[in-house]
Design a protein around this ligand. Sequence first.
Ligand code: SF4
Length: 362
Amino acid sequence: MTSSIEIDAAVSRALGGERIAPEEALLLLERADLVTLGAMADLTRRRLHPDRVVTYIIDRNVNYTNVCNAFCTFCAFYRPPHHGEGYVLPYETIERKVQETYELGGNQILLQGGHNPDLKIDYYEDLFRRLKTRFPDLWLHALSPPEVVHIHKVSRITIPETLRRLRAAGLASLPGGGAEILVDSVRKRMMKNKASSDEWLGVMEEAHRQGLRSTATMMFGHIETRADRIEHLARLRDLQDRTGGFTAFIGWTFQPGNTEMGGVEATTAEYLRTMAVARVFLDNFENIQASWVTQGPKVGAASLAFGVNDMGSTMIEENVVSSAGTTHHMNEPEIVAAVRDAGFVPLRRNMLYERLGEPLRA
Ligand code: SF4
C-alpha cells in the first residue's frame, strides 16, 4: 500500500525540479490532491516561463476530407468511403479559407483530414504547391502521423520518402493528432485501421530527423487507465530526449457525443490533474497548450494555473470536436481577455513558439 511518505517524496522531487519517474507520476495522478498538483505544475511553468507570458496563435483548422477508413469508435467526424455525406473540399474552398485567415492576421492553417483511400501523395503535393504559389509565406501545419502512414500505404512509398516529398511541396510542420493513447492494447479496442503506437512515434522521429518540428497530443478520459496515460507521456518524453523536435504538448478529453464509443466525458478535475502531471513529467517539453475547445473558455483559463502556458489557436474554424456536439468558441479578443483576467500577459506566436507581438485585436 502506498504511504503518504512516498507521495510527499514524489512531490518534493518535483518541486525541486528533478525528473520524476513514471511510477511517481502515476502516484501523483492517482493520489496527490488537486491543489498540490496545481502548485507543482505552476512552479514548473514559472521556471520555464518566468515572465508570465501566455501565447496563442491565429490560425484555423481546415479538414480537407471527412472520408475515412480508419473507423475510430471515438470519432463523430468521419464518413466511410462512398457515404453520401463524404466530401473532399475543392481547392477553391481551401484557398478561400486561407485567404480569410490572412485577413484575420494569421498565416498558418492546420490541415488534417480522414484516411481517404482515393487521395494519394500526388493530391497532397499538388494542393501544397498550389497553396504555396498563391500564399508564399503560408505555414502548412499539416497531416498527423496516422495520415502520413495512410499516404505512405496508399502511395506505396516509404515513410521517409513520403515526408521528403511532402516537405518539398511545402509541408512546414506536423500536428500531433492521432496519438490518442500510445498504448496498443488500448488503440486496438478503439480503432480498426489506424497507425500503431510505434508507427505514430516512428513518423514523428523521422519528421524530426528531417528537420520538421511537431506537436504532441493525448486524448484521454475514455477506455484507458491512468497508467496508460503515464505510459503515453513516458513514450513522448523518451522520444523528445532523442530528438527535441516537439514544440508543445496538448491534452484533451474524449468528447463522447455522436460517437460509437459513447460514455461520459471526464470531469474538469480529471482534466486539470492530468495536465498538471503532464507539465511536471514532461520536463523536456517547453510548452503545454490548453484545450479550451473541448473544456470551454473558463476551464481553459483555469488551466493556466495548472501548468499551461499557451492558449492554442483562435480556431477560426473547427469541425472535429463540434461533430461530437461540443461547440466552444473564442475569438482573439476573448482569448486576450481570458489570459489577462487570469493574471498573465497575452502574446501572439507562430508554430515554433517564436513570439510575434501584442494582440492584433483586444
Ligand atoms: S479520428 Fe481521424 S482517423 Fe479516426 S475515424 Fe476520425 S477522421 Fe478517421
